[in-house]
Design a protein around this ligand. Structure first.
Ligand code: MEV
Length: 445
């Protein structure tokens, strides 16, 4: 097939996919940046100004207002993961990341899951936890202090609720108190009051911290103790997101291995991450390879997501895998699931003040924080699936080499289409070097 007819076919397939609003965009990776951008803009209905944010999402004067002592901006590539179907809806997923293979692996994981009907998710109400630490109570004073707090719970919640004008109007606000005595700590007895607070579509750190500071004097008066810290917890385990998937076994065959064998190996690979923290750390890092880039692209706080994910992974007292993989006895399909806290916002923070983050949210079509969490959990599960499938078959290096080869071909001056061919040839020859890329470009690929 000559290159002209293959590119014509590609264009037709892409046009058909766009018309059907399918996220399965064949050959998307072979297009130029400008062509990809035009497709994403048309998919998401971006205005020219919104699409331009892909060039400069953060003007210097905006950056200067965001943090202190600004001298510039740090850029990351933003790529689009394709093939995602989440709860029956096709999505294009923007990912800001420096690591090669991440976007390709997410897209490929999503393609395998797509064949089984896509991701299914369940996301909790967006309830955050704020902590108020009360000191100065003896072990004997603890029980009466807890009883007084219980008796005053409604009053305390009313004070917390009144701190935000907007959240109660939107259906959010203070929900409940939890009282957690710690009779023995290295600093003596202390009491911790949890304020459960629904932050709706905001990540909610500001709202929760404000409410915690406002109720601190009421808590002091009720307990007779002294409040030390008033701050949200990043272990947002009232705000869990769950994604699950079914992968038809035929999708999994790789490197001469039958799909059923790959499925069994993936289950065994996951089992190691359940019992061994050394493997669990790498396994979960692979999940976060998918999660962090979407969190960053949408202007969310990835340190908070990381802290929550790792703390949740250690909730049993041992650090473990965040995923579960099993084989369906009846169909032989591979079944996967992921559960983790995801405190994400679609309003507030930099999700709207950073122009590119706002554009990325528009590409995702995520207006609600729960929708965003559903997508982010799905991307984490897709990423884990791709990593495990590669690790239990031919290893991850061959995929990395293919991408590296493509980068070398592009750097040697190949067009996007020729780069793909040249990369394949270099990998076949086992000679992925810039000199070989230059030779192949010189002879026309
Ligand atoms: C590399 O960035 C991520 C992996 O190590 C994840 C894993 O081992 O599961 C490939």
């Amino acid at each position: 097939m000559n290159s002209h007819s293959s590119s014509d076919q590609n264009t037709t397939a892409l046009e058909a996919a766009l018309a059907a609003r399918s996220s399965r965009l064949p050959g998307f990776y072979r297009l130029s940046v400008a062509q990809r951008r035009a497709i994403v803009a048309s998919w998401a209905g971006l205005s020219a100004a919104e699409a331009n944010h892909f060039d400069c999402g953060l003007p210097l004067e905006r950056a200067d207002a965001m943090i202190e002592n600004v001298v510039g901006c740090f850029s990351l590539p933003v790529g689009i993961a394709t093939n995602f179907t989440v709860d029956g809806r096709d999505l294009l997923v923007p990912m800001a990341v420096e690591e090669p293979s991440v976007v390709a692996a997410a897209s490929h994981g999503a393609l395998m899951v797509r064949a089984g009907g896509g991701f299914v998710t369940a996301v909790d109400e967006p309830v955050m936890i704020g902590q108020i630490q009360v000191m100065g109570l003896s072990a004997e004073q603890m029980a009466p202090a807890c009883a007084r707090l219980r008796a005053l719970e409604a009053d305390i919640l009313a004070v917390a609720h009144a701190q935000s004008a907007s959240l109660p109007r939107l259906g959010g606000g203070a929900r409940a108190l939890e009282i957690r005595p710690f009779p023995e700590t290295p600093a003596g007895p202390m009491l911790v009051v949890h304020l459960l607070y629904d932050t709706r579509d905001a990540m909610g750190a500001n709202a929760v911290n404000t409410a915690c500071e406002a109720i601190a004097p009421v808590i002091e008066a009720a307990t007779g103790g002294q409040v030390l810290m008033r701050i949200l917890s990043n272990l947002a385990d009232r705000r869990l997101a769950r994604a699950s998937c079914r992968v038809p076994v035929a999708q999994l065959s790789k490197g001469g291995l039958e799909g059923a064998e790959v499925a069994r190996r993936i289950v065994a690979a996951n089992a190691l991450a359940v019992v061994d923290p050394y493997r669990a750390a790498t396994h979960n890092k692979g999940i976060l390879n998918g999660i962090d880039p979407v969190v960053i692209a949408t202007g969310n706080d990835w340190r908070s997501v990381e802290a929550g994910a790792h703390a949740y992974a250690a909730r049993s007292g041992q650090y473990r895998s965040l995923t579960d993989w099993s084989v369906d006895e009846t169909s032989g399909d591979l079944l996967g699931s992921l559960e983790l806290p995801l405190a994400l916002g679609t309003v507030g923070g930099s999700s709207r003040s950073h122009a590119l983050a706002a554009t990325c949210l528009k590409v995702l079509g995520a207006n609600r924080s729960q929708e965003l969490a559903a997508t982010v959990a799905s991307v984490g599960l897709a990423q884990n699936l791709s990593a495990l499938r590669a690790l239990v078959s031919e290893g991850i290096q061959s995929g990395h080499m293919a991408l590296h080869a493509r980068q070398l071909a592009l750097a040697a001056g190949a067009s996007a289409e020729a780069a793909h061919r040249i990369a394949e040839q270099m990998v076949r020859e086992g000679s992925v070097r810039s000199a070989r890329a230059a030779e192949l470009v010189a002879i026309g690929g």
